[in-house]
Each structure stands twice: as C-alpha cells, then as structure tokens.
Design a protein around this ligand. Structure first.
Ligand SMILES: Cc1ncc(COP(=O)(O)O)c(C=O)c1O
Length: 389
C-alpha cells in the first residue's frame, strides 16, 4: 500500500507476543499493571447505569470539555473555550492522527523529534507529508537547536513535539522550548505537541507546555491523554486543546475517523480531572521510586542507563555487554532471561541504514509496573548470561 510503504509494523505486537509465548516479564509495552482510581471506575460504571450509552457529541461530552478547560487553566494558566477550543478524542493517538490529517497537505514538511512514537511516522505518510527528523542523541537526549533550524525549510508547516519524550524520558527544558518557539514564530509554523506524560515528571523536573510561551498560544495544538495521567490506558480517552482554527482543522478529519468516543468513559474522565486532581502527582511520586529501582538495578548488572526525567521509560546501552544490535538483544532476551524489552532503533527513521541508526544499541524498559514485578525482572536479568556470543 503506497501510503504505508516503508512504515515498519509496530514492534510492540511482536514483542508482546514473544512475552506471552515465553512467559517472560513484559517490560516492553508501556501500560501500568495497577488500575487508576477506584472512584473513577465507579463513576464510569454509574454513568453506564445512568444511561450515558449512546453517541456522545463529536467534539466530546460537554462536561469533559469543560473539565479539560479547567485543567488547562488550573495547571498552566491557559484559558480555552470548551465549546470551540477543546475536543475529546479516542486516545491521544486519534488526536495525533486527526491533527496531522487535518493540517498537513501533500508535500508539506513536518519537523519532529527523533526517536519518535511510531504512529507519527505512519500518520505523516498517510497525509502525504514529508518527515524531517531532528535527532535527540544518547546519553542525555538534548535538542540540538542548530539541527532544528537546519530541518526547517520553505515547505515546513508543522513542528510535531513530544515532551516528556517517549522513548528517551527526556523533558524539554525552558531554553529548548524557547528555541522551538522562536523558530515557529519566525517561520510561521504550527506546533502540534504531544504532552501525554505531562504529569509524569520526576526529581523536580518541570513540564512546561509550549502553548504557554509568548507567541505560541495561537499556533499550538496541545494533545494529552487520560490513559497516562490516570493509569487508564485501555480506555483510550484523549483530547486536544488550542485555538479554534486548529481544533477545527483536527475536527475536520476526526469526524471521519471515529466521529465520537465512548460516552460513559468521558463522563468518568470529567470526574477524574475535577475530583481526583492530585492523583497524577501521587502516580508520578510512585513512578519515580520505581524508576530508581529499575535504573539502579540495570546499572548494577552492567547496563549503562541514564536516569529519565519523565514518562514510563528508561533506556539502556547494550554495547556495554558486547551487543551491536538492540533487535538481536531483545529477540534473545525472553529465552535467555525471561524478560521482554523494546529495541529503540524502531523509533528512529526507517530510511536510515541500520549501521547509521543512533538507537541501534539502545533498548527501552517500562517501569510503570509493580515494584515486585521490577524486582522479579531484575533478578531474572541478574541470573542470566546477557553477554553477546
Ligand atoms: C508519546 C505518546 N503519545 C501518544 C500515546 C498514545 O496515547 P493514547 O493511548 O491516549 O492513544 C503514547 C502511548 O504510549 C505515547 O507514548
């Protein structure tokens, strides 16, 4: 299929199947193994019993749009009109898809941070856009502003950001965001920013939405997800907020995708944002402890693992154990150790030769699992022979 040519199949399906087939501890896919707040689950069940079971409005249940607007105001001082500047989507994934399909014309260029969440590539290609990756390099994964400037040209229309960043765990600094904002204003670009890990930052690291920077409010579409903030990834409730012209462009495409998303879950999502406002902060504190447990354990078995500032993920450099290729390491790991990790090279541009892939020797581990699961994984890794043959 021409529109998807060169887009590799998502690696998660292969690795999760391998985890099931081998009975391995799955630190591959990023989902928590403890559900979000019981009060929110109860609210969803009640909403179903109360009859919120038919199509919701295409833009989302009004109570949720209002709760999202209050959240953006409370957390960031951003004020959006819930009627025209907020839209509920089927997960952040649909918001990303509809934003790209609604904003990128064939031939338009999209500048994005590499490595990237894999749906970005597929959506840019489906829209007929051209990707211009800007590479974040190990071990600290900082943004190279000169590289960003060099990636922008006359056909650039969108900068697609992700911070806190999957898979590296980097959080863009204020100086990096200022540089992106300056480039966006200078070249009159739209910024689509995926902030699904907005509340999951550690050690005093502050997440700043780029929409709050001078000159950015009118050109930024901000995307987030209930799944990450409230450990309800299976609900697939996400949203976007921004000026009406950008939300409208997203809606132009979204109305032909899902049109609308699960009505009772939206009622419960509104409850989560309004009535459990500090739950994501408690989750971040507990994730920070689990991050430290995993990162220290990985270092102790000889895997250099920088400490991520946010997200669910840490990455290790496997060259220390003599491996040249993360794919080979991750395919061998379930057999050797009974653990599944994800090779990071699949998050880099697939048009690169493998030898030129900056993520070739990196693997990603998810620490959004119970401490006993992380300890089990570390014990398995500690007892296995992990050195390359
Ligand atoms: C950076 C990033 N964006 C979007 C998503 C998807 O969010 P959702 O489950 O709400 O579609 C994920 C999930 O892993 C992610 O890591």
């Amino acid at each position: 299929m021409a529109r998807l040519r060169g887009v590799p199949p998502t690696i998660f399906a292969e690795m999760s199947a391998l985890a099931v087939a081998t009975g391995a501890v799955n630190l591959g896919q990023g989902f928590p193994d403890v559900d979000g707040p019981a009060s929110v689950l109860d609210r969803a069940a009640a909403a179903m019993r109360e009859g919120a079971n038919q199509y919701a409005p295409g833009t989302g249940v009004p109570a949720l749009r209002e709760a999202i607007a209050r959240h953006q105001q409370r957390c960031y001082g951003l004020s959006w009109d819930p009627a025209s500047e907020v839209v509920v989507t089927t997960g952040a994934t649909e918001a990303i898809a509809a934003a790209i399909l609604g904003l990128v014309e064939p031939g338009d260029e999209v500048v994005l941070l590499e490595p990237y969440y894999d749906s970005y590539l597929a959506m840019i290609q489906m829209a007929g856009g051209v990707r211009r990756p800007v590479t974040l390099r190990a071990p600290d994964f900082r943004l190279d502003v000169a590289e960003l400037r060099a990636a922008v040209g006359p056909r650039t229309r969108v900068v697609l950001l992700n911070s806190p960043h999957n898979p590296t765990g980097a959080v863009l600094t204020r100086a990096e965001l200022d540089a992106v904002a300056q480039v966006a204003v200078e070249h009159d670009l739209i910024v689509v920013t995926d902030e699904v890990y907005e509340h999951l930052t550690f050690g005093g690291t502050v997440h700043t939405p780029i929409a709050t920077l001078p000159g950015m409010r009118e050109r930024t579409l901000t995307i987030s997800s209930l799944g990450k903030s409230y450990s309800l990834t299976g609900w697939k409730v996400g949203w976007a907020s921004g000026p009406a012209h950008l939300v409208g462009a997203l809606l132009d495409a979204k109305q032909w995708l899902t049109y609308t998303s699960g009505a009772p879950l939206q009622v419960a999502a509104a409850y989560a944002l309004d009535d459990e406002p500090s739950w994501p902060n408690a989750l971040a504190a507990s994730l920070e402890e689990r991050r430290d447990l995993l990162c220290e354990g990985l270092r102790a078995i000889g895997l250099p693992t920088p400490t991520p500032q946010g997200t669910y993920f840490a990455t290790s450099d496997i060259s220390a154990l003599g491996w040249a290729d993360g794919n080979a390491f991750c395919r061998a790991l379930p057999e050797r150790a009974g653990v599944v990790a994800i090779p990071v090279q699949g998050f880099y541009d697939p048009s690169r030769p493998v030898s030129d892939n900056p993520g070739r020797q990196l693997v990603r581990w998810a620490f959004c699992k119970r401490p006993e699961v992380l300890v089990d994984a570390l014990e398995r890794l500690g007892h296995a022979d992990l050195r390359a043959d």
